[in-house]
Design a protein around this ligand. Sequence first.
Ligand code: ATP
Length: 487
Amino acid sequence: MSDINIEKLAAFCKKKGLVYPSSEIYGGMAGFFDYGPLRSEEHRTPEDSWWKFHVQSRDDIVGIDGSIITHPKVWEASGHVSSFVDVAVECKKCGSKSKLDRFEVGKVKCGKCDGEYVDKGEFNPMFTTQVGPIKKDSIKAYLRPETAQIMFVDFKQVVETSRLKLPFGIAQMGKAFRNEISPRNFLFRCREFEQMEIEYFIHPKNVNNCPFIAEVQDHEIIILSSDDQSQGKTKGTKMTIKQALDKQIIKTQWHAYWLALEHKWFISLGATPDNFRIRQHLKTEKSHYALDTWDLEYKFSFGWKELQGLANRTDYDLKQHMKHSKKKMTMYIQEDKERIVPYVVAEPSQGVDRAFLVFISDAYEDDKERGNIVLKLDPKLSPIKVAVFPLVNKDGVDDKAKQVYKEVKTCFNSFYDRSGSIGRRYARQDEVGTPYCVTVDYDTLKDNTVTIRDRDTTEQIRVKIKELRNVLWDLLNKKVLFKEVKK
Ligand code: ATP
């Protein structure tokens, strides 16, 4: 359900200890959040899945882990110091502050009251810091506003040590910082956030020669092109990647491949396909480095919003770093007997926090019949995979339950809960998305069987303890459906 009100969602996440405002005992600071015990389990899961999907399961992408503070010349060369600017605006009517791209000023109305915005001037959202403790000997540096540049700066090093051949990608996950004028919509716009990014390098002559295109040809996605938007259309059209390429809506195979793959990643983790669309940037909207940019967007309760930007950056960044560092960033192409500067035709750039919002929004269901929230997360994203309860805390049932819990815990992240009614305990687990609850009762003492209850249907099955871990493994990994085990 993607239309869950964002304030309600923030309050729910806080109540469950998933994520809440940072340093709240001192009043908090806008745009900074702390992830609690549960979320830090889940936090690693989308990231782990992303890394497995994009790096470990492929032979053509390697990962790095760059530093957050770099030589300031990195950001001069990339254009961030001079061109990474937004326009600060303030609503004439309600006084709320926001940031706009230059092309939006004069066109966009206040999101809160539809009032007119006043231009308050440009600002650069990079956080500055001082490297070296003695001011007069120190240098001014920046906290990285994106992870992407580090992949370009390390290009030569990575190509040489990993012995890479085109096409290939360099991936990275990590913190990024932007001094946003108006952090809002919970985790959507923070000042400290996390990114998962890939710079994928190809030979410039191969923009339309993607060896993986067949894998995504039939994939369907809602598309809103820049032409559609110029004609005043706000609704996209659903079509296959093949149709989009044949009609030249998406210009290159590589760009189409990455757009489809990123949509597929969200779907592989249970998100609803039609809550996503890809939207092409208007000519006036594109960043200083981009030839063509598409955003993967999600239908949040506050509108269609960017989840991921996929820019065709060409050879802009490598050339800029060559110019500023005077180091060669070229590759020798054996069959052409020449050196070339590789192209980045699509740069999937995903915010972890926005991905978290998508998964939570999509999974959130207010189940009136049960009287509690059910977080229908894909098991891969559930912070707790299995909860174990004793029906009663006496007569040896609790000891047996602890034994079962210990066994289950060796395989899956599990939770033991002995307090409150069974109904209450199920509800608590529903609310944090635990897919399976195991209950130990008096029958367990007689026949060594336990009950597994399915979060989504509330149906129950009885299995032998000695088969429990295998059954749970099959269920969690979707090797078998709950109703099949039931049979
Ligand atoms: P926006 O227009 O929403 O400010 P952007 O176009 O500046 O985003 P990019 O520079 O393309 O964003 O960054 C890539 C991705 O990083 C975004 O798609 C988003 O998922 C994430 N991201 C960027 N800024 C923030 C932020 N302030 N808070 C959380 N995530 C962010």
